[in-house]
Design a binder for this molecule. Structure first.
Ligand code: ASC
Length: 156
């Protein structure tokens, strides 16, 4: 039993020390992962966006819960943009992402910072602050989409 625990711990240690890119066995896995993270993030931002637009009643607790999910998701996609993940399955990621990596990193960090502010606004329970923060976060999303997201999915 003890040996099994030691062996398991060794396997775990090697897993967590692997470079991030190695968490994906093939480009398709990375693309699927980042698309999934963006999808979940957009879904939970959208729920609060609907409140900000008055399409659904403002629920401060739900807004704060959704915002916390947005913050968590906002951290996840970036590791899945490693070299060689420009193709492997249909993607809207433009090739420029891998040429302008410093610019993309900056946009990604700005978006994450806006997500943190958005969560703070949601926690405040003030609808006007939430409206402003949803707008700012949406702009940070768009800043990257404008230059780095294609209109159409690639063929593969
Ligand atoms: C969203 C969402 C996006 C961004 C973008 C901002 O809610 O799903 O992709 O905001 O539309 O312009």
């Amino acid at each position: 039993m003890k040996r099994l625990i030691v062996a398991s711990a060794t396997v775990l240690a090697s897993l967590v020390s692997l470079p991030a890119a190695a968490q994906f066995q093939k480009p398709e896995d990375a693309i699927k992962y980042r698309q999934s993270a963006f999808t979940v993030m957009a879904n939970h931002l959208g729920r609060v966006g609907a409140m900000a637009q008055g399409r659904v009643p403002f629920d401060a607790k739900a807004a704060a819960d959704n915002a916390a999910i947005v913050v968590t998701m906002s951290k996840l996609p970036w590791v899945a943009f490693g070299e060689g993940t420009d193709k492997g399955m249909p993607t809207r990621a433009k090739p420029e992402i891998w040429k302008d990596s410093a610019k993309v990193k900056d946009l990604a960090e700005k978006m994450q910072a806006e997500a943190v502010k958005f969560e703070a606004a949601a926690k405040s329970g003030n609808l006007d602050s939430v409206k402003a923060a949803v707008g700012d976060l949406g702009k940070a999303c768009k800043a990257c989409h404008d230059d780095y997201r294609a209109e159409k999915y690639s063929a593969n």
